[in-house]
Design a protein around this ligand. Structure first.
Ligand code: PLP
Length: 356
């Protein structure tokens, strides 16, 4: 029986993605070849890459608006470095919001390139909230933020207002909620949460912001070169791109981001209501910043942990323990998680209340 997979990533994907991927591994498009062995220059794979790039823009409402989508390798972590390489001027500066471990990892890389201003940080509160009320220097080359803090279970609810280019790490909530995506100049996201298997990163770029920082950029790190090569500058991660396309097709059929947002809101409401109602539990993140993707919560009495752990495992749940820097539990409810799985967790929480 398939588990209710609450893992933070790699994580749950839609069932039809597994089924279609399995078929493509055996025989892709009736070609007599596996998706794992076809040439990335073959007509069939070029069509996959083209459709995946176009569909990503379509779902975000960015087609025909001067944006390009790339499927790169190297993980979201490589974008921590590619962003300053492509946008920060020699002697320039960048502004960063420090809202979690991944934001702080991005800041560390930017410091190799120039002055890096941290406009606000919630580090002192163990990142249990998203900083607000900060100002962004008007002379920054760009502002970088993280829309969803996977580890701490917080999510930005408001978009920053600034005239400088905005770069956002959306690794753990891309395609999960409607935003005005035209407010962003670069969006990047590792595939392994809401899009596909690990191995590729979606990078969406407003083309006009490139080529302005005066730096010589090594080819593999140069967004403009990847755009010119239509995301095929070198051999792309063929299978992760294909599986990502299947997920994007699934999302489109479902009704796109507007439809999934409603489902995600219902799932989050169901679980947070139980966290708040059940006297045995408490939420770990500031209520107004709670993430709809990763819900972090704790037992009020840690002595209940062994029995709770046994109960959720017996109910077929996996991947629930929290990250070591928060402790407790983290329920990651990405797009592909059905509300029925959230109900299973809520039932276990209620059964614990009766049992102790
Ligand atoms: N950014 C966020 C918000 C993440 O959650 C993660 C990984 O979980 C990363 C960046 C790092 O991604 P990768 O492992 O693809 O480099």
């Amino acid at each position: 029986m398939k588990k209710h997979n609450y893992s933070a990533g790699p994580c749950i994907l839609p069932q039809e993605v597994f089924e279609k991927s399995a078929q493509a591994i055996l025989d892709f498009n009736n070609s007599g070849l596996s998706i794992l062995e076809i040439s990335h220059r073959s007509k069939d794979f070029v069509a996959v890459m083209d459709e995946a790039r176009a569909l990503a823009l379509e779902l975000l409402g960015l087609e025909g608006k001067g944006y390009q989508a790339l499927f790169l390798a190297g993980g979201a972590s490589l974008e921590f470095l590619m962003v300053p390489y492509n946008l920060m001027k020699e002697n320039g500066k960048a502004a960063y919001l420090d809202s979690g471990t991944w934001a702080s990892a991005a800041i560390k890389e930017a410091k190799y390139f120039g002055e890096t201003v941290v406009v606000a940080s919630s580090k002192e509160q163990n990142y249990n909230n998203v900083p607000k009320g900060y100002s962004i220097p008007a002379d920054a080359d760009y502002f970088h933020c993280t829309s969803n803090n996977t580890i701490f279970g917080t999510q930005m609810k408001e978009l920053p207002t600034t005239n400088v280019p905005v770069v956002c790490d959306m690794s753990s909530d891309i395609f999960s909620r409607q935003l005005d995506f035209t407010k962003f100049d670069i969006i990047y996201a590792g595939a392994q949460k809401n899009m596909g298997p690990a191995g590729t990163t979606l990078v969406v770029i407003k083309e006009e912001i490139l080529g302005k920082n005066g730096r010589e950029i090594p080819s593999m790190l140069d967004y403009a070169k990847h755009i010119k090569a239509e995301s095929m500058y070198n051999t792309p991660p063929v299978f992760p791109v294909y599986a990502s396309l299947l997920t994007l097709q699934w999302l489109k059929k479902l009704g796109g981001i507007a439809a999934i947002e409603k489902i995600n809101n219902a799932k989050a409401e169901l679980l947070y209501n139980e966290i708040d109602r059940n006297p045995l539990f408490k939420g770990a993140a500031a209520v107004e910043d709670r993430s709809n993707m990763n819900a972090t919560f704790l037992l009020n009495n840690p002595e209940h942990a062994p029995i709770f752990d046994t109960m959720w495992k017996e109910a077929g749940i996996s991947g629930l323990p929290g990250h070591r820097s928060v402790g407790g539990y983290r329920a990651s409810m990405y797009n592909a998680m059905p509300i029925e799985s959230v109900q299973v967790l809520v039932d276990v929480m209620q059964a614990l209340e009766k049992a102790v």
